[in-house]
Structure formats: structure tokens, C-alpha cells
Design a protein around this ligand. Structure first.
Ligand code: A3P
Length: 320
């Protein structure tokens, strides 16, 4: 670590020590920074990215709150923009690398080493809320694709993810009820969930040509139409010839839950950011369905979260 880097890290830690702090769903400390909750692992790097990250003019940002379909969207966008280079999905890196390894994470991979990426693939992912994105991104012409999902399903997905991670560390997972209380009070990584969604929603209304706002549910209902829409938005539409050759359907199948979750790399591989965040790739592929909250939350819990979302989104024009 250079002296300058060391001083900088120290000053970020000083900022962190002055922030409101609580235990989050995974019983780790999380910090309230610019209106959102962050795990320490990502916050320090986010601050560094805010100070230093410069996007390439060709970058496209894959943005989301955790557990809303990020892995799927990464796979789809990666498959779309590498399709000609790799001459068909049979050669895709997605067969041997998990989607998170194909698309770097801004507030982890690129905060300190902006070149840790394949510059031929113009994709960068982030969970950072719109209002805290580095200014260099906001003022750039870079496009962004945002995905979100029914809050109840996002919560259930998050709870399973955390419980899985805790179990692998031999830690007793937080109960579903406790986790639900935290989530409803806005405390979850990169939460409050509703504020995350609203930030990108409003930005997408203001800059529709720059920000494509998608939901997991609409992507599930008609994935092929969304693959075409994504390609068009990304500036690499399918040609009539490609469509005739079934290229769209090949990408839909390649990135489907069934296909990806059954690949060796995603069944038995590990995804590790650092030792405290090593997780099995398989935890990113749980059920891949709409409405699984019903099997996990009581109707009362569901209604409560629906009410919260309705109130928070009131007047925004968005219904989730
Ligand atoms: P469930 O836990 O409801 O199954 P993220 O990628 O943002 O972490 O979101 C994870 C959610 O997306 C999980 O939801 C996971 O199963 C689902 N998912 C992962 N890959 C998918 C795919 N190819 N198609 C549809 N859903 C997928």
C-alpha cells in the first residue's frame, strides 16, 4: 500500500467511525452513509471509487439492489455483448465462469484497481444507489440498466442468502422474523430498499435514453423480448439474420436459471471477494421464481411490506 493510499484508507476509516452504525441482517456492522446502509467491506471502497473512479465512455453499468436478479442480468448482458466475439453461446465464458466473475463490481473490484477488467467487455456492475454513484459516472454519457423486484421476494431471497452464508461460517443465522423487522425499517445492505428503487426510477424518468429500468417479473414473463430490448439499448441490436438463426433464443436458454444453475462452476465453484465473503456460487441460484415469498412469509408480513412499499412509492408512478 502506498503512503498516499494508506493515508486515504485511514481517512475513510475516520469518516466511517463517525457514521451511525447498527448490526445488519448478517449480524455484521453496517454504516449509514449518504442515506443508505453499507457493509464496511464495500463502504471504504465506495468512498475510494467516489474519489477516483473514471468510467470509460463505452461503459454500461448494471445496477441493482442485492438479490433482485443481478446475476441473471449480468449473464444476459454479457452474453449479448460478447455474442459476435465468441461466435455463438457455445463458446461463452459463462460456461466456465460464474456471471459475477464476468462482470466486475465497481465498489469492490474497480475501486482500487480500475484496470482489473476486460476492456473489450464494456460492463461494470454496482449496487451503489443512484445518489451515491461517483460523480464521474453521473456526468458521463454512460448508459445504465437497473433491475429490481417485488420487495417480498427480494427480502426472502436475501434472507436465504445470508442464512446460507452464516451456516457455512458455523454462525447461527438471524431469524426470518428479526431479519424482516430490520428490512422493514430500511436496514439491509444498500437499503432502504424502496429508496434504492426510487432513486433509479426517478433518474430513469429524467434520462430515459440513459437509464433502462427493468423488473425481474417482466423479464421472467418475456425474456426473449427483453433480450432484444437490452441489445437495442446497449447499442448492439440483433440483425435480422441473427434473429432468423435463433440467436435471441440461444441467449435466453444459455442464461436461464436451469442452464446456469446446473453448470459445474455454479454448482460447485466458490465466489470469494475476501475471506469473510467467500460464498458458494450455488447460493446465487436458489429458486429463480416469482412469488416464493408466499412459502416463507405469513400473509400479514406480506401485507405489511406491501403497505410500506405502496406508501414509499406513492406518487412516483411506479408500482412494484
Ligand atoms: P431467489 O432467491 O428468489 O431464487 P442476485 O443475482 O441479485 O443476487 O439475485 C438472486 C436471485 O436471482 C435469486 O432469487 C436467484 O435464484 C435468482 N436468479 C439467479 N440466476 C437466475 C437466472 N438465470 N434466471 C432467473 N433468476 C435467477
Amino acid at each position: 500500500e502506498s503512503a498516499e493510499g494508506g493515508n486515504e484508507a485511514k481517512s475513510y476509516r475516520e469518516v466511517m467511525s463517525s457514521l451511525p452504525r447498527v448490526k445488519n441482517l448478517s449480524a455484521n456492522d453496517c454504516y449509514l452513509y449518504q442515506g443508505f446502509w453499507y457493509d464496511s467491506l464495500f463502504l471504504e471502497r465506495l468512498m475510494s471509487a467516489q474519489d477516483h473512479f473514471i468510467p470509460l465512455s463505452t461503459d454500461i453499468f448494471i445496477t441493482s439492489c442485492p438479490k433482485t436478479g443481478t446475476t441473471w442480468l449480468k449473464a444476459l448482458t454479457f452474453a449479448i455483448c460478447t455474442r459476435s466475439r465468441l461466435s455463438g453461446s457455445s463458446a461463452s465464458s459463462l460456461l466456465t465462469k460464474m456471471p459475477h466473475e464476468c462482470v466486475p463490481l465497481l465498489e469492490y473490484d474497480l475501486a482500487q484497481n480500475p484496470l482489473k477488467r476486460d476492456c473489450a467487455v464494456p460492463l461494470v456492475s454496482t449496487h451503489v444507489p443512484y445518489s451515491s454513484l461517483p460523480k464521474s459516472i453521473i456526468s458521463s454519457c454512460c448508459k445504465m440498466i437497473y433491475i429490481c423486484r417485488d420487495a417480498k421476494d427480494a427480502f426472502v431471497s436475501l434472507w436465504y442468502f445470508i442464512a446460507d452464508m452464516q451456516r457455512s461460517k458455523n454462525v447461527e443465522p438471524v431469524s426470518l422474523e428479526e431479519a424482516f423487522e430490520l428490512f422493514c425499517s430500511g436496514i439491509s445492505s444498500y437499503g432502504p430498499y424502496w429508496d434504492h428503487v426510487l432513486g433509479y426510477w426517478r433518474a430513469s424518468l429524467e434520462f430515459p435514453e440513459k437509464i433502462l429500468f427493468l423488473t425481474y417479473e417482466e423479464m421472467k414473463r418475456d425474456t426473449a423480448a427483453h433480450v432484444k430490448k437490452l441489445a437495442e439499448f446497449m447499442g448492439c441490436s440483433f440483425t435480422a439474420e441473427e434473429e432468423e438463426e435463433g440467436e435471441v433464443q440461444k441467449i435466453v436458454s444459455m442464461c436461464s436459471f436451469e442452464k446456469l444453475s446446473n453448470l459445474e462452476v455454479n454448482k460447485n465453484g466458490m465466489h470469494s471477494l475476501d475471506t469473510s465473503y467467500a460464498v458458494k456460487n450455488s447460493v446465487f441460484f436458489r429458486k429463480g421464481e416469482i412469488g416464493d415469498w408466499e412459502n416463507n412469509l405469513t400473509p400479514e408480513m406480506g401485507a405489511r411490506l406491501d403497505d410500506i412499499m405502496e406508501q414509499k412509492l406513492k406518487g412516483s408512478g411506479l408500482k412494484l
